[in-house]
Design a protein around this ligand. Structure first.
Ligand code: NAD
Ligand code: MG
Length: 387
């Protein structure tokens, strides 16, 4: 019996994680589930997997959650402090699937248990990669990547020496607007950016796929998690999203990871690691797939990629600044305040305004990262980018 906790249980990754666990409830004891405003779903999940505790991130959702779980025996809590406390309840395996920078602290806290953290929250690695890895090392905890590309790289590296890696190729679907000319991209609407060709994901990450900010984040994640140099990391557009990443070795061999675009691949791998379990994803019929296409990613139409290399070179607090500015840019785009291409402009303007603050002399600290996040949000909120 393994004890598990899921942060962000009601999101896209969380729902898929609950799906895998609920197929085999005899093997798992669910310690805690956390969610946000979708209290009905959180309560339903908590009952279905017989969780000990359900936590909503928002204080004003406490009463609704309490009512929804009345008489079920599931303990109820609310607020960010309660989420942090949930990370202290002993669990062998913790899924970090809160969206945004809010996922950093619960993940850091869970690492203190010295167990396994399945990391979907890419913002943790982008904002505080070195800190997260050193915290894991300090407590003897294991971090398993759950972003599909990083799970693919991780799997391609099993039994390999990282020093024999020449390059890592991260594939990108190209997002909803991959074939749009740059003039049209300037006019892209929220609706245009919200349909993903291959993956069914949360709204924010779907828009980040259209701008390639998601891919930019993933390049930074790759740099931080696997410790390779920026010049060893490439992004290539692969419209079918069937190859999730490739690792190239010094002998010229390329190891690719293929699978249907279903996050339960990566979640299932992390859940069963170091073994392989049975995961109910569609099996690829290669004769039906027939062909795989690739093309270079265009940094003119997708400036997020160029910014990713700047962040990977600068390191320090550049990742936290980049991520926070991107979150504000996304809020502004969703609110209709800025256009599609202005998201990258705003992030670039924030990075250059704060270039003096990004350099750190000592190792990253959680307080430093949170302060940089705060400052970047404040700066990005006030910077003007012309529409
Ligand atoms: P989502 O928006 O569908 O769900 C986010 C979850 O976080 C929900 O449970 C929500 O209630 C919770 N949440 C939101 N704000 C919160 C806050 N302030 N405090 C605490 N909890 C909060 O997101 P998602 O698509 O499942 O993505 C989750 C994470 O996984 C993100 O970091 C994303 O980049 C990463 N990821 C997602 C996918 C995917 O296929 N969806 C793939 C790779 C990586
Ligand atoms: Mg991904």
């Amino acid at each position: 019996m393994r004890s598990v906790t899921i942060f962000g249980a009601t999101g896209s990754i969380g729902v898929n994680t609950v799906d895998l666990i609920s197929r085999d409830l005899d093997s798992y004891n669910v310690v805690a589930l956390t969610g946000g405003r979708n209290v009905a779903l959180l309560a339903e999940q908590a009952v279905a997997v017989k969780a000990d505790l359900a936590v909503t991130a928002f204080d004003d959702c406490f009463d609704a959650l309490k009512e929804a779980l009345a008489g079920t025996g599931v303990e109820v809590a609310a607020g960010s402090q309660a989420i942090k406390e949930a990370a202290h309840r002993p669990a062998d395996w913790t899924m970090s699937a809160i969206v945004g920078a809010a996922g950093l602290v619960p993940g850091m806290e869970a690492l203190k248990q010295g167990k396994t953290l399945a990391l979907a929250n890419k913002e943790s690695l982008v904002t505080a990669g070195p800190l997260l890895l050193s915290e894991a090392e300090k407590h003897g905890a294991t971090i398993l990547p759950v972003d599909s590309e990083h799970s693919a790289i991780f799997q391609a590296l099993v039994g390999e020496d990282i020093n024999a890696v020449e390059r890592i190729i991260v594939t990108a679907s190209g997002g909803a607007l991959r074939d749009w000319p740059v003039d049209a991209l300037h006019k892209a609407t929220l609706k245009d950016a919200c349909t993903h060709p291959n993956w069914d994901m949360g709204q924010r990450i779907t828009i980040d796929s259209a701008t390639l900010f998601n891919k930019a984040m993933e390049l930074i994640e790759t740099r931080e998690f696997f410790g390779v140099r920026p010049d060893q990391i490439e992004a290539v557009v692969h419209p079918e999203s069937l190859i999730h990443a490739l690792v190239g070795f010094t002998d010229g061999a390329l190891m690719a990871h293929l699978g249907a675009p279903d996050m339960r691949h990566a979640i299932g791998y992390a859940l069963h690691w170091p073994e392989r379990g049975h995961v109910p994803v569609a099996r690829l019929d290669l004769a039906k797939v027939a062909q795989l296409n690739f093309r270079a990613a265009d940094p003119e139409r997708f400036p997020a990629l160029r910014l990713a290399y700047e962040v990977m070179e600068a390191r320090g607090l550049a990742g936290a600044t980049f991520n926070a500015a991107k979150e504000i840019a996304l809020d502004k785009f969703i609110a209709g305040e800025i256009g599609f291409m202005q998201m990258a402009e705003l992030v670039e303007a924030t990075l250059s305004t704060l270039s003096g603050e990004i350099v750190t002399s000592g190792p990253l600290t959680l307080d430093g990262v949170l302060a940089a996040d705060h400052l970047a949000r404040k700066t990005a909120a006030t910077l003007n980018v012309a529409r």
